[in-house]
Every structure is written in structure tokens, then in C-alpha cells.
Design a protein around this ligand. Structure first.
Ligand code: NAD
Ligand code: UFG
Length: 335
């Protein structure tokens, strides 16, 4: 069965490509390399021993994208990872975010409809949930976004819901990711952000390899067990498996309609839990200092994984130790 992964050379897309190839799907990747490198194509081949078709195309370029559908009329499903994802950058360049993250989805839906391809899986985010005093977050909880990036995810969800209502033959699954970290055990692919990382684990890794002196922990006065922020970290390989489960659900049940699932572990870990576990499994490599809270951060959130477990048979398997070990393994092999 053929699947098309947009943004398939990025962090989550490349891990999903590997899982899909291991599961005997044929994989086609469309990526414009705006946040990835072409060498990832060969890395995916190296890990799996299987071939993958790659098109260097911008999903917002509808004419070029149409060629992919013309050349591959038998695509079963599209998984749409392509998009920009840096919250701070989205505040400075909102139009760039709306343009890329919304036009890409609209182009895909139009071309899929034209070509009779009806199965679509979308990379959404926990960022679409309104602040909540009640944890864990369930799929039915109120939605709200607090920055342009988050709003692109929320608007995408609305677009996809409206489109599916108007086109009931479409099966659309929205996957709300929590905080993916970790890397494939091979250390061949992993998370490789350009410039100074915004997110916790990439920053910790840069401290561990000596690129930065220490980690700034943003706030130690949150209402959590140790005062530092609590999040639901999920191993990227588990996250990738979640996409395969969503594909299988669509394959086995032809009239899925619109489905929404959290992909998280259901466990919350604090920043100090992450640093301490990282130091325990990799050696005492990461020093830290407490600094001011980061604007926009909240104290705690984590997923209810129950719906994904019940309806997709999705259960995370990897531990926090494995997340920390594999993240570091990737950076030392690729520094
Ligand atoms: P990433 O930046 O590593 O991967 C995205 C890929 O899409 C990159 O390879 C980039 O070159 C490509 N791309 C971007 N715009 C494109 C376009 N117009 N045409 C073709 N290719 C394009 O990001 P990631 O962490 O793998 O995230 C994948 C998806 O998951 C994104 O939509 C992101 O918003 C979403 N998401 C990520 C996280 C996270 O913490 N990493 C959390 C929730 C949701
Ligand atoms: N943190 C630090 N120091 C750092 C970086 C982060 O202390 O250098 C702390 C943050 O304050 C937060 C925790 O580590 O408490 C996690 O921060 P991240 O930036 O790694 O992740 P967020 O939960 O803030 O947000 C990420 C993405 C969002 C996405 C969300 C849920 O950046 O876009 O996960 O998927 F919506």
C-alpha cells in the first residue's frame, strides 16, 4: 500500500517513514528541505534496507504537487507533516505561518479530491487545547490557541472538519501530539534543529556535547511537585507507531469519517525529571541554572491516552530513560 508523507524528511516524518517501511508500506516523500536535509532520504533507506521515493517540492506549489499525484495514482493515504513549527518565529512572521501551514493543507485536499484519494492524517498538536485546570486533557476538551503557530493548527482542524462534513467519503484523522523527544535506536536519524533550539531536549543535548555551557530552566516556582514545568514527553518512535495504528484503523474500517486522538503517554514529567534522567543514563553532562519563566508557558499539561488506546490499540512502550539515551546517542553520532 502506497502512502504519501509530506514533510517526511523532518523529525517526526522521517521516523514515521521508517516505521511504515518496516511495516511494508511503500513510502513517497514530498519535502522542500526548508527544515531538513536531503541526506535523510538515504538514511531512511540505510535503516530499513528499503527504497523510498523522494520529491523535492513545496506543498504550497500546487502545480508541482499535482505531478506527484499524476505519477502515483494509487496512493492510499496522505500523512501531512509539512509545516513550520516554531512558536516564537510565528509571532514575528505570522503570514509566513498562515501561508505555509494552511495553503499546504488546502492544496492537498483539493488534489486528493480531484484524484479520488480519500484518506488523510494530520499532524495536530496539544497546543490546540485551551488552558485547563483539569488533567489529563481529553479530546473533547475546549480548544483555544494563544499564538499564530497554535492558531494554524486550530484553523487546520476546523478546515479539515468542515471539509470532511462536506465530503463524507473522506476519512480524516487528527493526531494531537504531545512533546516528542528521542530518536531511532540506530542514531542515524533524529532531531536536528537549525540555530539555537527552542525546545527542551534539543537544548539539553547541545549542553551535553559542549556547545552550550548550561541549560536555563525557565522558572522553578510553578505549581508542580518541584516547581518546574510538567509535560507529556513521548518517544518519537512510539509517536511514529501511532500513525501506523491510525492508518490501520482507516484500512480496516472504510467509513471512519473524522477522528481525533491524543498521542501522548498520559504521564507528566518535570524539567528536573528530564535533566536528572538524562544525566543518570548518559553521565553527568548537563548543568543547569534557574531563570525567569518563559512567556506563554503554563505549569502542567499531559494527555489522556485512553481514546487512542481503546480505538487504535495504541500504547506507548518506551521509557523516559530510552528517550534520553536515544536523544543523546543521535547527537553524539551526528555532531
Ligand atoms: P520538522 O520541521 O522536523 O519537519 C517538518 C518538515 O516539513 C521539514 O522537513 C520541512 O522541510 C518540511 N516542510 C515544511 N514546509 C513545507 C512545505 N511547504 N512543503 C514541503 N515541505 C515542507 O518538524 P516535526 O517536528 O517533524 O513536525 C512535523 C509536524 O508535526 C509539523 O506539522 C508540526 O507542527 C507538528 N507537531 C510537531 C511537534 C513537535 O514538538 N515536534 C508537536 C506537535 C505537532
Ligand atoms: N524549557 C526550559 N528550558 C529550555 C527549554 C524549555 O526550562 O531551554 C522548559 C519549558 O519551560 C517547558 C518544558 O521545558 O516547561 C518543555 O518546553 P518545550 O519548549 O520543549 O515544549 P513546550 O511544551 O513548551 O511546547 C512544545 C512545542 C509546541 C507544542 C507543544 C505540544 O514547542 O509547539 O510542545 O506539542 F505545541
Amino acid at each position: 500500500m502506497k502512502i504519501l508523507l509530506t514533510g517526511g524528511l523532518g523529525y517526526i516524518g522521517s521516523h514515521t517513514a521508517v516505521q511504515a517501511l518496516k511495516d511494508n508500506y511503500e513510502v513517497i516523500i514530498v519535502d522542500n528541505l526548508s527544515n531538513s536535509k536531503e541526506e535523510v532520504v538515504n538514511k531512511i533507506r540505510q535503516i530499513t534496507g528499503k527504497d523510498v521515493k523522494f520529491y523535492k517540492i513545496d506543498v504550497c506549489d500546487k502545480q508541482k504537487l499535482e505531478l506527484v499525484f499524476d505519477e502515483n495514482p494509487d496512493i492510499f493515504a496522505v500523512i501531512h507533516f509539512a509545516g513550520f513549527k516554531a512558536v516564537g518565529e510565528s509571532v514575528e512572521k505570522p503570514l509566513m505561518y498562515y501561508q505555509n501551514n494552511l495553503i499546504s493543507t488546502i492544496n492537498l485536499l483539493e488534489l486528493m479530491k480531484k484524484n479520488g484519494i480519500v484518506n488523510f492524517i494530520f499532524s495536530s498538536s496539544a497546543t490546540v487545547y485551551a488552558p485547563s485546570k483539569i488533567m489529563p486533557l481529553e479530546e473533547s476538551f475546549p480548544l483555544e490557541a494563544s499564538n499564530p503557530y497554535g492558531r494554524t493548527k486550530l484553523f487546520n482542524e476546523f478546515i479539515l472538519k468542515d471539509f470532511q462534513s462536506a465530503n463524507p467519503e473522506f476519512n480524516i484523522t487528527l493526531l494531537r501530539y504531545f512533546n516528542p523527544i528521542g530518536a531511532d535506536d540506530s542514531g542515524i536519524i533524529g532531531e536536528d534543529p537549525n540555530g539555537i533550539p527552542n525546545n527542551l531536549m534539543p537544548y539539553i543535548c547541545k549542553v551535553a556535547i559542549g556547545e552550550f555551557d548550561h541549560l536555563d530552566i525557565f522558572g522553578n516556582d510553578y505549581n508542580t511537585k518541584d516547581g518546574t514545568g510538567v509535560r507529556d514527553y513521548i518517544h518519537v518512535v512510539d509517536l511514529a507507531t501511532g500513525h501506523i495504528k491510525a492508518l490501520k484503523q482507516i484500512e480496516s474500517n472504510k467509513n471512519n469519517g473524522l477522528k481525533i486522538y491524543n498521542l501522548g503517554t498520559g504521564k507528566g514529567y518535570s524539567v528536573l525529571d528530564i535533566v536528572n534522567t538524562f544525566n543518570k543514563v548518559n553521565g553527568d553532562l548537563v548543568k543547569y541554572e534557574f531563570t525567569q519563566r518563559r512567556a506563554g508557558d503554563i505549569d502542567i499539561y499531559y494527555a489522556s491516552p485512553k481514546k487512542a488506546e481503546k480505538e487504535l490499540g495504541f500504547k506507548t512502550e518506551k521509557t523516559l530513560e530510552e528517550m534520553c539515551k536515544s536523544s543523546y546517542n543521535y547527537v553524539i553520532k551526528n555532531k
